[in-house]
Design a protein around this ligand. Structure first.
Ligand code: FAD
Ligand code: EPU
Length: 289
């Protein structure tokens, strides 16, 4: 019989192209620190750093970034969905779910268990920590609908907070940049697999008009109830292209990589949209650096 190893994998530091970690497929070589537990994370945070999630909201410079890029793995990529009876009332409060857990896989598990509150976020190719950090969502629901407790690591130490302590809202959690969401406990409503699936189907339907190409999702937040996509479309900018980046013909708030796009192409498009439209638009993408 082989004994199960409880050894924590060593901290890994590698120089890697960030393009492979982003849905846009753009980004130069940087120093990537893959951390598996709190001690390794504390070590990684001793010098200037950035934290990488699913890379689904990032436009990373072709030169890469000078800071350490932290990736959450090991205990930060584990999922414990057992009910914590001490914390649960009518709601189902889970054990800890790591910030490095891919959101799509988590949602599949919740659907099978018939646990509701996060199904509206289906189709968002993020990690849990990144999705929490910007309160990712759709009109069918957002991450803060299903959070009970957050563990956040800052250069000053570890904080455990409840959502009520944060100034969260549309596409924002109130968590300062650089504070790392390492784990969360979910607050879910017992439902049925079918009911959860029904909402996922509706949210999927609402996505039908989005491009299936390499992209970091919507470029701009919707300004006060108006769709940024509609504004950009009305300005006639669909198909506007710089290099190999282009405003999608399908949905004008998506910039797509036609193959070999560069970060500066995307930035040039963003500048052009801002110059063309009279409405101030807040960027949803993160530009690195
Ligand atoms: P990344 O892109 O890796 O990082 C984004 C920011 O989050 C960075 O500042 C990063 O430092 C920070 N971050 C990452 N992980 C952590 C962490 N553990 N702790 C603290 N900060 C962290 N968004 C929506 O809201 N709704 C949608 O419907 C939606 N649809 C999308 C569809 C597609 C096809 C794509 C490509 C993107 C879509 N997005 C959508 C955008 C994107 O998925 C979200 O912005 C998501 O929250 C990004 O999470 P991430 O883990 O990929 O973070
Ligand atoms: N529209 C146009 N032209 C376009 C795009 C949209 O006229 O090119 C119109 C649509 O016909 C519709 C309206 O604008 O009448 C709204 O469009 P859509 O339903 O696609 O929603 P959205 O507001 O553009 C938001 C989120 C998406 C999320 C979808 C579905 C933002 C910035 N965008 O898009 O989130 O997936 O709803 O819920 O809030 C993201 O944040 O990255 C993202 C993709």
């Amino acid at each position: 019989m082989t004994a199960l190893s409880t050894e924590v994998p060593a901290l890994k530091v590698e120089r890697l192209r960030l393009a492979r970690f982003t849905t846009l497929g753009v980004g130069g070589t940087s120093e990537v620190w893959t951390v598996h537990n709190h001690a390794q994370l504390a070590e990684a945070m001793r010098a200037p750093y950035r934290v990488l999630g699913g890379g689904s909201n990032l436009v990373v410079a072709d030169e890469g970034v000078p800071e350490r890029v932290i990736r959450l793995s090991g205990e930060f990529a584990q999922t414990d969905l057992t009910r914590d009876h001490a914390l649960s009332g009518e709601e189902y409060v889970t054990g800890w779910v790591g910030g490095g857990v891919p959101l799509p896989g988590l949602l599949r598990k919740l659907q099978k268990l018939g646990l509701s509150n996060l199904e509206g976020t289906v189709g968002i190719p993020a990690q849990v920590g990144g999705a929490v950090w910007m309160n990712a969502g759709t009109r069918f629901g957002e991450m803060f609908d299903g959070l009970h407790t957050l563990e956040i690591v800052t250069p000053q130490g570890v904080r455990v907070v409840s959502p009520a302590e944060l100034q969260w809202g549309y596409r924002q959690s109130g968590i300062p940049r650089g504070h790392i969401v390492t784990r969360v406990r979910l607050k879910l409503a017992p439902s049925t697999p079918q009911a959860v699936q029904d909402v996922m189907d509706q949210a999927d339907m609402a996505r039908k008009g989005q491009p299936k190409m390499r992209t970091p999702g919507c470029a701009f937040k919707n300004p006060g109830g108006i769709g940024a996509g509609k504004l950009i479309d009305d300005a006639g900018l669909k198909g506007y292209r710089v290099g190999n980046a282009m405003i999608s013909h399908e949905h004008a708030n998506f910039i797509v990589n036609l193959g070999g796009a560069r970060a500066e192409d995307v930035q040039a498009i963003l500048d052009h949209v801002r110059r063309t439209l009279n409405t101030p638009l807040e960027l949803e993408y993160e530009l690195w650096p």
